[in-house]
Design a protein around this ligand. Structure first.
Ligand code: ZN
Length: 282
């Protein structure tokens, strides 16, 4: 396993960790100053801004861009809505290309308003993923499906299991040696999966990103009360070991939604805590 304590350059910061309180330029400089190797920006920080200037600032700070977060939800109540969602994602993939992102992260969406048909939502996700894979390949951007914990199945992601994500990848792309379609693995979403070891090994080169934070007990809010690495019950070292044994040598990315704690602190304090916990608890 890689030693994150001696080389922080393997570590990345997802800007959600800092609570979206500072302009992206300030965040880029702070992440670089703390010594991390990469950053994962969100569309809310990029769209409507000078994307080329932001991309240049990231490069000049010496940072890579891991994943560009994240997709417009795919399932819709009708075909026009579906087409609009795909189009919004195509434009975001164009921006991911300008940023030089390692991947565009698909959080696929749950049930469209008024629907109780999760299998129809999943069908739309599979169809939409195929379209976005095509567009990503044309733009030189890899597409990373991020399965979310099943507690989010209704509203955020009808894609819950790593194995389901890999099934979609295999159906669209077959056994690709250099895949353009893969998964973003988030320890918070997959730690409980009894088939995790099997499926991480199966994922192999399809692992395009790896997110970490911790599951607090008790958790106050499954969306916004995520813990700093080491503060909860996820065996993060064991999961990273699986991921690296599967051949993943990309960034380990902290992504901590924490309205109750870390988002209230100065960003340099949160970044310093990440640096320490990458070394001791990840
Ligand atoms: Zn994530």
């Amino acid at each position: 396993m890689r030693d994150l304590a001696s080389d922080l350059r393997h570590c990345a910061i997802n800007t959600a960790t800092l609570g979206f309180r500072e302009p992206i330029e300030v965040v880029i400089d702070a992440v670089a100053r703390t010594g991390f190797g990469a950053i994962a920006p969100w569309r809310r920080e990029i769209e409507g801004h000078d994307i080329r200037a932001i991309a240049r600032r990231v490069r000049e700070a010496g940072l890579a861009v891991t994943g560009y977060c994240r997709s417009t939800y795919i399932p819709a109540t009708d075909r026009a809505g579906f087409a609009a969602n795909i189009e919004a994602n195509r434009r975001a993939i164009d921006d991911a290309a300008v940023l030089g992102a390692g991947s565009f992260v698909l959080v696929v969406g749950g049930l469209p308003a008024g629907s109780k048909d999760i299998s129809a939502a999943r069908t739309q996700v599979a169809e939409g993923t195929a379209l976005l894979h095509e567009h990503g390949k044309a733009r030189g951007v890899r597409i990373a499906l991020e399965p979310l914990h099943p507690v989010y199945a209704a509203e955020r992601s009808c894609l819950s299991l790593l194995s389901e994500a890999l099934d979609i990848c295999d159906r669209i792309e077959g056994g690709a040696k250099d895949p353009w379609l893969g998964v973003c693995l988030d320890a918070y979403h997959v730690w409980w999966d009894p088939n995790l070891a099997r499926d991480v090994a199966r994922a192999a080169k399809r692992i395009l990103g790896y997110h970490v934070c911790d599951w607090l007990v008790p958790t106050q809010d499954v969306l916004n009360d995520r813990g700093m690495m080491g503060d909860g019950i996820i065996d993060l070292r064991a999961i990273r070991s699986l991921v690296e044994d599967a051949g993943y040598d990309g960034f380990v990315e902290a992504e901590i939604f924490s309205t109750l704690n870390w988002w209230k602190r100065p960003i340099d304090e949160t970044l310093a805590a990440c640096r320490e916990r990458f070394a001791t608890a990840t």
